[in-house]
Design a protein around this ligand. Structure first.
Ligand SMILES: C[S@@+](CC[C@H](N)C(=O)[O-])C[C@H]1O[C@@H](n2cnc3c(N)ncnc32)[C@H](O)[C@@H]1O
Length: 356
């Protein structure tokens, strides 16, 4: 197996490819990418399959920013007979000596064409699972600790078969975190911060890191989608933006709104835990601002978006994160970074930084 398939947002194939090539080569794994425009996936082909297997096992998936999921390809693109897709899949799995998988996921690219395959994927899952169980490819019962078998449908008559490991993959179907829009939230942006919390903060730490009574500052807050997430968690929020905040949030009594420049605002007390920032500004400026907040001890953790309207999106993210790491390191701070192109993000990535 010398190929990795990675899912990404449609339109971000170049970033996903650039990133996997960059990060794999840093680990001594060399190869090239096959991609097509707006396909919502990329294939990385390594020159050495053993090196790729080691990289795939040891490299932390959460370090990848633009990939939503990754798996090792078992074979080249399978041609499936629409009258009997199952036999080809089972035969391919047996020929590759696959056994004892804990779960089957039938998936498809997150494109308009891809989404038309969702009904077929659902219909195929149950009979394919039964046949794979009979053949010993899948365990008799679903097991979340065993390897995952992916069938990634490109059409009704072609698909890729691949494997991933639960300790180092996305646990989500299609690598996508689907969230319900809360009817009382003032903007759809609210889902970005909700997804960021779910992505970056382990649930068993929410009691101490996302809890009632904490103070938060929201820079570029209007109309209040991100503030809504903080208010919902019973925090006290200072919202900074020249625009108007939703009255429903102001009525909670948990929000103070200042119509000032987010780059000039500073808190008068060092009691703010969270800084969140969704200002539409140059990524370098936002990165610099978050560093200032951390260095000045104005916050402990921050979630912020880097807007990426430019062509060199991956390079820009790397440049800003490197600049931030260096600045914080020079200031003697011990920090943890995570960055992800979230499902609810568009031309932007979301970054989390925590100070210890
Ligand atoms: C993408 S919107 C934020 C949406 C918000 N997170 C939500 O969920 O409703 C960006 C906001 O940043 C604000 N903004 C841009 N530059 C700013 C600055 N220098 N200071 C304060 N706010 C700024 C804009 O007024 C705008 O309301």
């Amino acid at each position: 197996m010398n190929q990795l398939l990675l899912y990404c947002r449609s339109g971000f194939e170049k970033e996903c490819a650039g990133e996997i090539q960059d990060k794999a080569s840093q680990q001594g794994v060399f190869g090239f990418c096959k991609l097509s425009k707006d396909a919502a996936f990329v294939i990385f082909e390594a020159y050495e399959s053993e090196a790729l297997a080691t990289f795939y096992r040891d490299y932390d998936f959460t370090n990848l920013i633009f990939a939503r999921q990754w798996f090792l390809l078992v074979d080249d693109l399978l041609q499936l007979n629409p009258a009997d897709r199952i036999s080809t899949v089972v035969e391919t799995a047996l020929a590759a000596e696959l056994s004892a998988f804990g779960e089957l996921r039938v998936e498809y690219p997150e494109t308009n064409d891809g989404k038309t395959l969702s009904t077929l994927a659902r219909k195929l899952t149950v009979p394919l699972r039964q046949s794979l169980r009979k053949a010993g490819v899948l365990l008799q019962k679903e097991n979340s600790r065993a390897a995952v078998l992916h069938l990634f449908m490109l059409s009704g008559s072609s698909a890729y078969l691949g494997i991933s490991y639960p300790e180092n993959n996305s646990p989500l179907e299609n690598g996508i975190m689907r969230l319900k829009f809360p009817a009382d939230a003032p903007s759809r942006s609210t889902l970005k911060l909700e997804e960021a919390f779910l992505q970056f903060i382990p649930k068993d730490e929410w009691d101490t890191r996302l809890t009632s009574g904490m103070r938060a500052v929201d820079l570029g807050a209007c109309p209040g989608g991100w503030t809504y997430q903080l208010v919902k968690r019973s925090m006290m929020v200072t919202a900074i933006d020249n625009g108007m905040m939703a009255q429903s949030l102001m009525d909670t009594g948990q929000v103070k709104h200042f119509q000032v420049d987010g780059f000039k605002f500073s808190p008068d007390k060092k009691n703010v835990y969270w800084l969140v920032c969704d200002m539409i500004e140059k990524p370098q400026r936002v990165g610099q601002l978050v560093c200032d907040w951390l260095i000045n001890e104005w916050c402990q953790e921050s979630i912020f978006n880097l807007k990426l309207p430019m062509k060199k999106r991956y390079e820009t993210v790397v440049e800003v994160l490197d600049m931030m790491r260096q600045k914080l390191d020079e200031a003697g701070l011990d920090v943890e970074f995570q960055a992800k192109h979230l499902y609810h993000d568009r031309e932007e990535v979301t970054v989390h930084v925590r100070k210890f």
